[in-house]
Design a protein around this ligand. Structure first.
Ligand SMILES: C[S@@+](CC[C@H](N)C(=O)[O-])C[C@H]1O[C@@H](n2cnc3c(N)ncnc32)[C@H](O)[C@@H]1O
Length: 323
């Protein structure tokens, strides 16, 4: 996937009524990753204050029986992108449908903390999808969502990130269409951009690159079954984001360097556990497999290769100077 730079998109960056947190708060805490976490915490506190102010004005969607009753008599399926794992990074639409569902079919990397708030009568089907240990096959998942919807139930298929980015959401949409079951797709915040962003790395940056390629590292680049054009990826000018690439990290870095990427290209490997904790390892492309092994980073993780990785350190340096 390639994306041009949005240029001046006028993004405001702050919710209405929420003051940007002061740069002076907690200024002495400077553990590794601590500043990113502090910043996130400040935001969370500001948003909480704003939320409290609005209480009483907002409609409580949780347990909204009226909304449930508004569903058509027939069942429905919603393929909901749950975002990168943190429960507050699902979309408003996704959360609304989740709260109306009779059945939730959930993936391993979906924001599973949200399941705790569901009514006890909601059926939870664990689709698992752990590497090499699927609870349900894709065929079985398709059968479950279609069968429940045909029974007149509302089904949320809760997935990690965006359902259509390496998420097999397209296959589920096709299964629903073939069965004549109404299906809504609710896009999600993909881990491909969100996990780097949560670690302070923008995947594009004016003056550095206007190009980002998102690639699956599931198959070893030297494997005949690989369908990724690794030559194009290696010789292109932009950022490379690799998902599902921890198991093949050594092969990927070796192939990229062999095919033209600078061995010194700044690289980051990030794992976000969905509760606010992160593991981040940065270093030159050639050294990254050893650094990741030393830090014992396990999947899931996102690999970012490109000069944009330096922005994280620049932000840290500027913040330290100001504190
Ligand atoms: C099967 S893909 C699904 C991607 C998902 N549909 C999306 O848009 O984010 C799973 C991969 O996403 C990345 N990923 C998902 N959640 C993550 C997290 N919390 N931290 C790091 N990487 C994550 C990892 O590369 C993982 O192997």
């Amino acid at each position: 996937m390639t994306a041009g730079h949005g240029g001046d998109d006028g993004h405001a960056g702050a919710s209405r009524g929420v003051a940007r947190p002061s740069a002076t708060a907690d200024q002495n805490r400077q553990r590794s990753n601590g500043q990113h976490r502090d910043q996130a915490l400040e935001w969370e506190q500001a948003l909480e204050r704003d939320q409290e102010r609005k209480q009483g004005q907002e409609r409580d969607l949780n347990g909204d029986r009226e909304a449930r009753a508004r569903h058509p008599a027939g069942g429905w399926v919603a393929l909901v992108g749950g975002g990168p794992g943190r429960p507050d990074l699902i979309t408003v639409r996704g959360l609304e449908l989740l709260r109306r569902a009779d059945v939730v079919v959930v993936d391993r990397l979906a924001p599973r903390a949200l399941l705790d708030d569901l009514q006890p009568e909601v059926e939870i089907v664990d689709a698992g999808k752990a590497p090499h240990g699927h609870n349900l096959t894709q065929e079985q998942i398709n059968q479950v969502i279609v069968e429940r919807a045909r029974r007149g139930l509302g089904v949320v298929r809760l997935k990690g990130g965006d359902p259509f980015v390496f998420g097999r959401g397209g296959e589920e949409a096709l299964a629903c269409a073939a069965a004549g079951v109404p299906c809504e797709v609710v896009p999600g915040v993909t881990s491909a951009t969100a996990v780097p962003a949560l670690a302070g790395i923008p995947v594009t940056h004016r003056g550095i690159t206007q190009d980002v390629t998102i690639v699956s590292g599931h198959v070893d680049p030297s494997h005949p079954g690989s369908t990724v054009d690794w030559d194009a990826v290696a010789t292109g000018p932009g950022t490379i984001v690799v998902l599902m690439g921890i198991g093949t990290l050594e092969r990927i870095t070796a192939e990229l360097i062999k095919r033209g990427r600078r061995a010194s290209t700044p690289t980051a490997v990030i794992r976000d556990d969905g509760s606010g904790d992160q593991q981040v390892v940065t270093g030159p492309l050639a050294d990254i497999p050893a650094l990741v092994a030393r830090a014992a980073i396990q999947p899931p993780a996102v690999i970012v290769i490109g000069d944009v990785v330096t922005i994280r350190n620049e932000v840290d340096t500027l913040r330290q100077k100001k504190s």
